[in-house]
Design a protein around this ligand. Structure first.
Ligand code: NAI
Ligand code: ISE
Length: 337
């Protein structure tokens, strides 16, 4: 039984605690913390976990074998570094850290440790539709890929959401997904700015991100975060003699009053419910098997941060910005999920 300490018991922290407590096998949450002590107390009481005052105490707790970090992005670096220093596996929600420099510090600390401990929460790699798309692509069914069209639509976002977050918080999922899908790095990014959606007030929304892959595949991502009708994730790969796209998620189609309708998820919890379950179960199983994770690595977290920095620079400059990665430590040339 893998014993988990969770740092950050907000929205996704509580959702992951629910799945580790009620859905998945071989795992138990034994310790929690949150800067909002009353939330941590309530969550801890619900599942019978020890409530600590700080993340560092959770990491040091001898009843904690592995750590899950679900606090705000700017706090991730300190907890991931502390977990590496303690030699404990750590699952960190995206982003790994909020700057490329901080991600590189994590990569360097893990490389110096000499063994993988870190996994980053890029759950699209575990979604059955994306996995099927990759299988079709890798089998050559649509020929060599030329382009991919993506849309990442949120119904609404909180009031602290700023225009750069459309890239660093939202499109960062597509940034990771296309690196995995095409098995190659992104070499440049540019951003086009369409007419503003009035649902977003002053926020510059939507944005149109273009990514150039090292193999010349071109990816476009529409990022709309105030589209109101629901949470809609789209992706279509255009190959030399066919296309493959994410299908409708609903097993049922309703036809009534001269209309046919598919339900649309409300948010990421609903759309990626099964993907998060698979992501965590595979993480737990890999730790039980070998003590090391095999999913998205600290290097993947670093690469996503460098690309999102380039995309933010492109948003401000209006031009294409190149992506320059540091030299990859040998630890990360192993295959990841
Ligand atoms: P949230 O604001 O609902 O929860 C974050 C919690 O962390 C809050 O309860 C806050 O009090 C706590 N916290 C902040 N600093 C802390 C610290 N130093 N120590 C302990 N607790 C601390 O935010 P949400 O939506 O749960 O997001 C958390 C993380 O998960 C973010 O990095 C976000 O990007 C990521 N996320 C990932 C998603 C995915 O699809 N993979 C979906 C939503 C969020
Ligand atoms: C959120 O943090 C996530 O990671 C969701 O998957 C994404 O759709 C949303 O835009 C982000 O704010």
């Amino acid at each position: 039984m893998l014993r988990i300490g969770v740092i950050g018991t907000g929205m996704i922290g509580q959702d992951h605690i629910r799945r580790m407590t009620h859905v998945l096998a071989g795992v138990r949450v034994t310790a929690v913390t949150d800067v909002n002590a009353s939330v941590a107390e309530a969550v801890g009481a619900r599942i019978g976990a020890t409530v600590h005052a700080t993340g560092e105490e959770v990491i040091a707790d001898s009843s904690v074998d592995a750590v899950v970090v679900c606090s705000w992005g700017p706090t991730h670096e300190q907890y991931v570094l502390a977990a590496i220093a303690a030699g404990k596996p750590v699952f960190c929600e995206k982003p790994l850290a909020t700057t490329a420099e901080a991600c590189l510090r994590i990569v360097e600390a893990e490389a110096a440790h000499g063994r993988r401990l870190v996994q980053v929460g890029y759950m699209r790699r575990y979604d059955s539709a994306y996995r099927e798309l990759k299988k079709i692509l890798d089998a050559g069914d649509i020929g060599a890929p030329l382009m991919m069209h993506c849309a990442h639509r949120n119904a609404r976002v909180p009031s602290h959401y700023e225009k750069e977050m459309a890239i660093t918080d939202t499109a960062v999922h597509e940034i990771d997904m296309v690196r995995w899908m095409f098995g190659t790095e992104i070499k440049a990014a540019r951003v086009l700015v369409p007419r503003k959606n009035r649902n977003g007030g002053e926020l510059q929304d939507p944005l149109f991100l273009i990514l150039e892959m090292a193999n010349e595949v071109l990816v476009d991502v529409e990022i709309s975060v105030n589209i109101r009708y629901g949470y809609d994730i789209r992706g279509e790969i255009v190959g030399e003699h066919g296309t493959a796209s994410l299908g409708s998620l609903s097993p049922v189609r309703v036809r009534t009053s001269l209309r046919a309708a598919d339900p649309v998820p409300a948010d990421w919890r609903e759309r990626f419910l099964a993907a998060y379950d698979v992501e965590f179960q595979e993480w737990i199983d890999s730790l039980a098997r070998t003590g090391a994770p095999v999913g998205p690595s600290a290097w993947d977290g670093y690469a996503a941060a460098v690309v999102s920095d380039a995309a933010v620079a492109a948003l401000h400059s209006g031009s294409a910005e190149n992506v320059e990665l540091a030299e990859q430590p040998k630890l990360y040339s192993e295959v990841t999920a």
